[in-house]
Ligand binder design. Structure first.
Ligand code: TRP
Length: 346
């Protein structure tokens, strides 16, 4: 199986990367950071602009903070996190951006495309690390992903859209038309839907768009898919991710399988997916931040980084509700999202 090989290879790469970190970095970084802040007597402030609360974005922040802790930046001792959550509202993103501009933290972490766009627009003199961003260049956060140039860099969560649609095809043998469910105002989603359309063309699948512009519309738009599609694909769309319960109450009742862009959305009721580990992505972003804090690198010179470990997850309860038996290719290669919901694999 393609997915299995990929997972084995990427898992191995991840283990290798982790051991490099363990013996190469962690110890010395930790004492260096401690010395740094001890020498300067300075407590660092990290301003965080998070778009909304959902498992993937929460996991990114957790991973970021873990990287800093591992390098000796300990919360309450020599680092303070000023965490601001926009609750999914664009207007709040702008307010948060202005608040952070006034407070002048040493570094900013922006999580989710709309939050990053708001912050980058008004703050040009503080290093901004971004994470969980589908495509920073497409979102106009950086001049190019290879050479950001300004005061913004970080990690992309470019989703394996084609693998996800292949999974939907395996899951639903009678699949003819895929329903794309997403928000009409997120550039990250529009881009993923372009990729999804190209993938469907290659896979010989038809598709139809279903978009909502706010959370009040989510349930009704989902309902309008019934009878028109045999399977649903949702990209890493922040509006849908924070309304998964409303989506899946409709899809389960109508026996419509859902493959979402992220593992956390499977935990929240999606059927299955192959996706990234956001905690690791956040950790990687934290490691970039440490280089900036230590003056070892300038944000503008750091290329956008990616993460290529993919994990297969399924939701046994969601499948059972639809009377669906998941194919072996998914259950044998994957993990039950509910069994590991308490863990950090989101
Ligand atoms: N990629 C999304 C963005 O650029 C953020 C995101 C990450 C996300 N993981 C997700 C959205 C999971 C929905 C579900 O804004």
């Amino acid at each position: 199986m393609k997915i299995k090989n990929k997972i084995a290879a990427t898992a191995l790469a991840a283990v290798m990367a982790m051991s490099v970190t363990a013996c190469g970095n962690a110890g010395s970084a930790s004492s260096a950071a401690a010395e740094n802040s001890a020498a300067s007597g300075k407590t660092i402030t990290v301003g965080v602009a998070q778009l909304v609360t959902h498992p993937s974005l929460d996991a990114s922040l957790k991973g970021f903070q873990q990287a800093l802790t591992d390098a000796g930046y300990v919360e309450g001792q020599n680092v303070i996190y000023d965490v601001q959550n926009a609750q999914g509202e664009q207007a709040n993103c702008v307010t948060i951006a202005n608040t952070l501009a006034n407070k002048k933290p040493d570094l900013i972490l922006a999580i989710g495309t709309p939050a990053a766009q708001a912050v980058a627009k008004v703050i040009t003199d503080t290093p901004i690390l971004i994470t969980a961003i589908t495509d920073p260049a497409d979102a106009k956060l950086v001049a190019s992903n290879e050479k950001p140039g300004g005061n913004v860099s970080g990690t992309s969560d470019k989703t394996p859209v084609k693998e996800q649609l292949e999974m939907l095809k395996t899951l639903v043998p009678e699949l003819e038309t895929v329903g794309f469910l997403y928000s009409s105002s997120e550039t990250n989603s529009k881009l993923q839907i372009e990729w999804a359309k190209a993938a469907c063309d290659e896979l010989g699948l038809k598709y139809k768009d279903f978009t909502a512009s706010n959370s009040n519309e989510v349930q009704q738009v989902t309902q309008s898919m019934v009878g028109k599609v045999q399977g649903v694909y949702i990209p890493t769309d922040n509006l849908m991710a924070s309304n998964m319960k409303n989506v899946t109450s409709v899809t389960s009742a109508n026996k419509l399988p859902v493959v979402p862009g992220a593992i956390g959305m499977v935990t929240d009721g999606g059927t299955c997916t192959v996706g990234l580990n956001y905690e690791k992505l956040g950790y990687q972003t934290g490691q970039m931040a440490i280089k900036v804090l230590k003056g070892e690198a300038k944000v503008g010179d750091m290329p956008i980084e990616y993460q290529d470990q993919l994990d297969v997850y399924y939701n046994s309860e969601a499948a059972a509700k639809m009377g669906m038996v998941l194919p072996d290719s998914i259950t044998k290669n994957g993990q039950d999202a509910l069994a590991s919901a308490a863990s950090s694999q989101k």
